[in-house]
Design a protein around this ligand. Structure first.
Ligand SMILES: *[C@@H]1O[C@H](CO)[C@@H](O)[C@H](O)[C@H]1NC(C)=O
Ligand SMILES: *[C@@H]1O[C@H](CO)[C@@H](O)[C@H](O)[C@H]1NC(C)=O
Ligand SMILES: *[C@@H]1O[C@H](CO)[C@@H](O)[C@H](O)[C@H]1NC(C)=O
Ligand SMILES: *[C@@H]1O[C@H](CO)[C@@H](O)[C@H](O)[C@H]1NC(C)=O
Ligand SMILES: *[C@@H]1O[C@H](CO)[C@@H](O)[C@H](O)[C@H]1NC(C)=O
Ligand SMILES: *[C@@H]1O[C@H](CO)[C@@H](O)[C@H](O)[C@H]1NC(C)=O
Ligand SMILES: *[C@@H]1O[C@H](CO)[C@@H](O)[C@H](O)[C@H]1NC(C)=O
Ligand SMILES: [Zn+2]
Length: 888
C-alpha cells in the first residue's frame, strides 16, 4: 500500500488500547505493576542491559566474556548477577531482551535456578521485552526472516519460562531508524507498545517541543485500525541513563554516598536528579516518565547498579516529606505503558516511518543500507533456503530428520538466520572477524539443512540418489555438473504457485539433452562462461560453458530434470568470448525490447511491447568519493554513515564508450558491458520472462588513490517524477519518498545525497501518471532519486576511514584473496503501466526471496522421471513431479 505523500501530518488523535490486558493471567503482566502516586510525578526507573548479539566480538565471545581487551563484556555473568540481585530485594526489577543469549544461559542452569527465574518472571520482577532471538535491524531485514526470528524467540520464552514470559512490548532501542513494516508486524502479533531509542535529531527536537515523543503509529495503509495501530514511545536519552547516574562498573560516575561519610553527596545527587526529572517531564504528557538505567553490556556486577538505585529511590522519595513532588520507583516499560493507558489521553497519529536516521547535521546513517553487500545477500539467500528446509521438513515428516544422509536439522540454520537479523549483523556494522563468524554460522546451518533436504527428497521421491548442492553457482562452479555426462536437477519451489525459473549450470560439453519429469525434451542452450566469471573463480580453471534451460516446478513441490551430454553434438558455441557487438543494437523477447546506444554501448531505451510503452532509460555505474570529514563537519563516510565528498558522482568508465559483446540464442539474449577492470554488467533477457535482468559484478574497488568509493547504478529517464520515488518497507509495504522532505516535520537538509537515501529491501520505483519503472533487488541496498526521473541504487562500498560509531575499523572488506571483495548481484527491471505495475513487482519480488533451489544428483538411473514410476507413493499426487496430496 502506498501511504499518502502529503496531508499526513499528525493531526488525528487516537486513544491507546492495550490488547494484552485481556489475555494476561492473574499475577503477571500489568497486574504485577508497582504502586504509583497519582498526585506526584512518577519516575519509572527501568534497569536494563543492551547485549548486542555480536558486534565488536562474536556471539560466543560476548556470552563468555572472551577477549575482554576488545570490549569488556560477558553476558553469562550479567544474567547470573542480575538474578541474584533480584532475589535479594523484591522491589527491584529488570528487563531483558536478547533471547539468543538468554537461551544460551538457560541451557547451563540447574533446575533450582530455572525455577527461581520462572518465579521472577511470574511476579513481573524480571520482564522479557522484544522477544526476538535478537533485536532485529529494521532497514535491511526482510519481513519473512523477521517473523522467523520473533517466532523463534517467543517460542523459547513460552516453553522455558511459561505463559507470562512472551513480551507484550517491543523494545527496539538501538536499531538505526525504524520501519513501518516492523511496527506492523508487532501490531499484528498483538504487542501493546513499542519503545524506540534512535530517531532523527531534528524530528526528536521538534517532538520534544510539541510533546509528541509518544504517539500512535498507524502501521498499515491496508489493514484496519485499531488492529494495526501501535503505541510508540521515544525514550528520552536513547537507552542510556541520565548524565551523572551511570553506576555500572563500566562507568565512572560517583556512587551515592550517604551516612556520616565526609564523601556524603546525597544532597547534590538528589537535587541533580530532581532537576533532570522535572526537565524531562516538560517533554512528556503525563505525570509518569521513564528512565533507562543501563547501557551496553551493563550489570555484569549488578550490585553496583542496584545498590545505588536503592539509595537514590530512598533519598529522593524522602524529600516528599519536605514537599517534593517527585516519586521514583523501580519499574518496567510495560508498567510505564500501563500508567499511560490509565491516563486516557489521545495521542498524535503517525503514518510514515523513521527513515533515514541522523544523529546530527551531515550524519546520516544511510551507508549501512549497503555495507557488506555479500553478507547481505548471504543472509537473504539463507532465509530462502531455510524456508525450503522447513517446508521439506514438514512435507517429509520424521524421515527428513532421520534419513540415509545423516541427521538433518533446520534449527541450526534458523538460529543462524535469527542471529543475522541483529542490528549489527546484516547491517554490516560489525568488525570484520565478527562478519566472518556470522557467515560461518550460516554455513554450518546450511550443511545441516542440506542433509535434511536430501533426506526429505529421498523419502518423497523414493530413491537413494547422492544429492549434492552447488553453493557457488553465482560464479558458475559446480563439480558435479562439470564432471558428469549425465545428471539430475531437482528444483524445489517454496512458493504457493507454479513458477518457471532459468537454470544455469557450468558444463564442459557443448551439447546436451534436457528432459522434464515426463521425459519430454526441454529446450536448452550452451553458452560460453564470460571472462568476468572466469576471473571471479580466481584459480583460472573450471568449466568453459554454461548449460541453460527454463525449469518449472509446482507449488510447494519439485520437478526433476534429466541432463545428458550428447555424444555427437556439434559445438554450437564458440569456445571463447563472443565477438564484440557490431549489430544489432537491441535485444528483445516477446515482452520487452532493450535498445543500446551504438556509440557509447550504454542502455538507452526500454520498450514494453504488449503495452506499447517505450521509455528512454540511460543506465551506468558511478562512484561517490567518500568524505573523510571537512571544516563543516568532521564526519567521515563509514560502515554506518554515508557522506559523499561531492554530490556529483564520478563515472566508473573513464572513456565515453564502454566495451560490449553479445550472446544470443533462442533462450537468452545478453549484452555484456565492461565499465572498468573492476565493474561490469550483463544486460539479459530470458525468453518468456517479463523483466530485464542486470547482473552486476563490482570489485575489488580500487582505493590505492587514497579515496574511499561508494558505487552506484543510476538510471536516468525523462519521467516527470515531481521529486517523488517509492521504496519498500522490509519487502512488504511500499512508502512514498519525497526528496528533501519529511512528512511530519520541516526538514533542514544538510546532505543533498545521503539525506535522501532510503533502505531498499526488495524494490524501488519511479513513475509518472502513466508509466512505472521498477527495480527489484536480490538483497538490501540504499537507494534514491537524486533528480527527477532518475533512480539509483548503491551496490558496493569500500572505505578507508572509520565513521566514529564504535566499530573502530574502516569498511575495507579484503575478500578471500585480500585484494578487496568482489560482489555479484542482480537487479530486475520492470517497465509497465502504473495500474499493472503493482502486481508485477509483488510477484517478481516473491520469486526473488522465495526462489526455487536446484539440488543435483548423478542420476544412476534410480530416480524415476516418468509419471508411471513409483516415485510418488500412494499418499502423493503425481504428475511427473511430486506433491503430497494433502496440500494440493
Ligand atoms: C527536610 O527539611 C528540614 C529543614 O530544612 C531538614 O532538617 C530535614 O533534614 C529535611 N528532610 C529530608 C528528608 O531531607
Ligand atoms: C476517557 O476519555 C474519554 C474522552 O476523551 C471519555 O469519554 C471517557 O469517559 C474517559 N474514560 C475514562 C475511564 O476516564
Ligand atoms: C503505440 O504508441 C504510439 C505512440 O505512443 C502510437 O502512435 C501508436 O498508435 C501506438 N500503437 C498502438 C498499437 O497502440
Ligand atoms: C576525492 O576527495 C578528496 C578529498 O577527500 C579530494 O582530494 C579528491 O580530489 C577527490 N577526488 C576526485 C576524483 O574528485
Ligand atoms: C571534499 O574535498 C575537498 C578537497 O579536499 C574539500 O575541500 C571539501 O571540504 C570536501 N567536502 C566534504 C563534504 O568532505
Ligand atoms: C513547517 O513550516 C510551515 C511554514 O513555515 C508551517 O506552516 C508548518 O506548520 C510547519 N510544519 C511543522 C510540522 O512544523
Ligand atoms: C556467491 O555467493 C556466496 C554465498 O552463497 C557469497 O559468499 C559470495 O560472496 C558470492 N560471490 C559473489 C562474487 O558475489
Ligand atoms: Zn546494539
Amino acid at each position: 500500500m502506498t501511504a499518502p505523500g502529503s496531508g499526513m501530518a499528525a493531526s488525528v488523535a487516537v486513544p491507546l488500547l492495550l490488547l494484552g490486558v485481556a489475555v494476561v493471567a492473574a499475577g503477571c503482566g500489568y497486574k504485577s505493576c508497582p504502586p504509583t502516586r497519582p498526585d506526584l510525578l512518577n519516575v519509572h526507573l527501568v534497569p536494563h542491559t543492551h547485549d548486542d548479539v555480536g558486534w565488536l566480538k562474536t556471539v560466543e565471545q560476548y556470552f563468555y566474556g572472551v577477549r575482554n581487551e576488545v570490549q569488556h563484556a560477558g553476558v553469562q555473568y550479567i544474567l547470573d548477577s542480575v538474578v541474584a540481585q533480584l532475589v535479594a530485594e523484591p522491589t527491584r526489577r529488570f528487563i531483558y531482551a536478547e533471547v539468543a543469549f538468554l537461551a544460551r544461559w538457560w541451557q547451563l542452569q540447574d533446575e533450582a535456578t530455572r525455577d527461581t527465574v520462572r518465579q521472577l518472571v511470574e511476579q513481573g520482577r524480571l520482564e522479557l521485552v522484544g522477544g526476538g532471538w535478537s533485536m532485529a535491524d529494521e532497514a535491511v531485514t526482510h519481513y519473512s526472516a523477521g517473523l522467523e526470528q520473533l517466532g523463534l524467540g517467543r517460542g523459547f520464552l513460552r516453553r522455558a519460562l511459561g505463559p507470562c514470559a512472551p513480551p507484550r512490548l517491543a523494545w527496539q532501542i538501538d536499531p538505526f531508524g525504524h520501519s513501518r513494516q516492523s511496527a506492523a508486524t508487532f501490531a499484528q502479533m498483538g504487542y501493546d507498545g513499542l519503545f524506540l531509542g534512535r530517531v532523527d535529531h531534528q524530528d526528536k527536537a521538534q517532538r520534544e517541543q510539541r510533546r509528541e515523543l509518544e504517539l500512535l503509529w498507524r502501521t498499515s495503509g491496508s489493514l484496519r485500525s485499531p488492529g494495526s495501530d501501535l503505541f510508540t514511545g521515544i525514550l528520552p536519552n536513547v537507552y542510556n541513563p541520565p548524565t551523572g547516574f551511570c553506576w555500572d562498573q563500566l562507568c565512572s560516575d560517583p556512587p551515592v554516598v550517604d551516612g556520616d561519610s565526609e564523601e556524603n553527596n546525597v544532597a547534590s545527587i538528589v537535587s541533580t536528579f530532581l532537576d533532570i526529572a522535572t526537565k524531562q517531564a516538560e517533554h512528556y504528557r503525563t505525570n509518569h516518565i521513564i528512565m533507562t538505567m543501563g547501557s551496553d553490556f551493563h550489570y555484569e556486577n549488578a550490585n553496583l547498579w542496584f545498590k545505588n538505585m536503592d539509595k537514590l529511590i530512598a533519598h529522593v522519595n524522602a524529600q516528599q516529606a519536605n514537599g517534593s513532588r517527585v516519586h521514583v520507583l523501580y519499574s518496567t516499560p510495560s508498567c510505564y505503558l500501563w500508567e499511560l493507558h490509565q491516563a486516557n489521553l489521545s495521542w498524535s497519529l503517525k503514518m510514515d516511518d523513521f527513515f533515514p536516521y541522523s544523529d546530527g547535521p551531515h550524519q546520516f546513517w544511510t551507508g549501512f543500507f549497503t555495507s557488506r553487500p555479500a553478507l547481505k545477500r548471504y543472509e537473504r539467500l539463507s532465509n530462502n533456503f531455510l524456508q525450503i528446509c522447513s517446508q521439506l521438513e514438514a512435507l517429509a515428516g520424521p524421515a527428513a530428520r532421520d534419513g540415509p544422509y545423516g541427521p538433518g536439522d533446520s534449527s541450526v540454520l534458523r538460529e543462524a538466520v535469527a542471529v543475522a537479523q541483529h542490528h549489527d549483523a546484516v547491517t554490516g556494522t560489525e568488525k570484520q572477524h565478527v562478519a566472518n563468524d556470522y557467515a560461518k554460522q550460516l554455513a554450518i546451518g546450511w550443511e545441516r539443512c542440506q542433509l535434511l533436504v536430501s533426506n526429505a527428497l529421498s523419502s518423497l521421491s523414493g530413491t537413494k540418489e547422492t544429492f549434492t548442492f552447488c553453493n557457488s553457482l553465482n560464479i558458475s562452479v559446480c563439480p558435479l555438473t562439470e564432471a558428469s555426462s549425465r545428471f539430475l536437477v531437482l528444483l524445489y519451489n517454496p512458493l504457493g504457485r507454479r513458477v518457471s525459473w532459468p537454470i544455469r549450470l557450468p558444463v564442459h560439453g557443448v551439447s546436451y539433452t534436457v528432459t522434464d519429469p515426463r521425459g519430454q525434451p526441454v529446450p536448452s542452450e550452451v553458452v560460453p562462461v564470460s571472462i568476468v566469471t572466469h576471473g571471479l573463480r580466481g584459480n583460472g580453471i573450471g568449466a568453459m560453458q554454461e548449460l541453460l534451460f527454463q525449469a518449472s516446478a509446482p507449488a510447494l513441490g519439485f520437478s526433476t530434470f534429466t541432463v545428458t551430454r550428447s555424444p555427437h553434438g556439434h559445438p554450437r558455441v564458440p569456445p571463447v568470448q563472443p565477438p564484440v557487438l557490431p549489430q544489432p543494437w537491441d535485444i528483445h523477447n516477446e515482452h520487452l525490447r532493450v535498445l543500446f546506444d551504438p556509440l557509447t554501448g550504454h542502455l538507452k531505451e526500454i520498450q514494453n511491447l504488449a503495452k506499447n510503452i517505450s521509455l528512454p532509460v540511460f543506465q551506468s555505474y558511478y562512484w561517490y568519493n567518500a568524505s573523510v570529514g571537512n571544516d563543516e563537519s568532521s564526519q567521515a563516510s563509514g560502515a554506518y554513515i554515508f557522506r559523499p565528498n561531492s554530490s556529483e558522482p564520478i563515472p566508473v568508465s573513464v572513456s565515453k564508450r564502454i566495451s560490449t559483446s553479445l550472446v544470443q540464442n533462442a533462450l537468452v539474449q545478453e549484452v555484456h558491458q565492461t565499465f572498468s577492470s573492476w565493474c561490469s554488467q550483463v544486460v539479459r533477457l530470458y525468453a518468456g520472462q517479463p523483466y530485464v535482468e542486470l547482473e552486476w559484478t563490482v570489485g575489488p574497488i580500487p582505493v590505492e588513490d587514497g579515496w574511499g568509493k561508494e558505487i552506484i547504478s543510476r538510471f536516468q529517464t525523462p519521467l516527470q517524477t515531481r521529486a517523488r520515488f517509492y521504496t519498500d518497507s522490509n519487502g512488504r509495504q511500499i512508502l512514498e519518498r519525497r526528496r528533501d522532505y519529511r512528512p511530519t516535520w520541516n526538514l533542514s537538509q544538510t546532505e543533498p545525497v545521503a539525506g535522501n537515501y532510503y533502505p531498499v529491501t526488495s524494490r524501488i520505483f519511479i513513475k509518472d501518471k502513466k508509466v512505472q519503472l521498477t527495480v527489484l533487488t536480490d538483497r538490501s541496498q540504499g537507494g534514491s532519486s537524486i533528480s527527477d526521473g532518475s533512480l539509483e541504487l548503491m551496490v558496493h562500498r569500500r572505505l578507508l576511514y572509520d565513521d566514529n560509531r564504535g566499530v573502530e575499523e574502516p569498511l575495507l572488506e579484503p575478500g578471500a584473496d585480500r585484494r578487496g571483495l568482489v560482489v555479484r548481484g542482480r537487479h530486475l527491471l520492470l517497465l509497465d503501466t502504473v495500474q499493472a505495475a503493482a502486481d508485477g513487482h509483488r510477484l517478481r519480488a516473491q520469486e526473488l526471496f522465495m526462489a526455487p533451489y536446484p539440488v543435483l544428483a548423478p542420476g544412476g538411473g534410480a530416480l524415476p522421471t516418468g509419471p508411471s514410476s513409483n516415485a510418488c507413493r500412494s499418499s502423493q499426487r503425481c504428475a511427473g513431479s511430486c506433491l503430497p496430496a494433502s496440500i494440493s
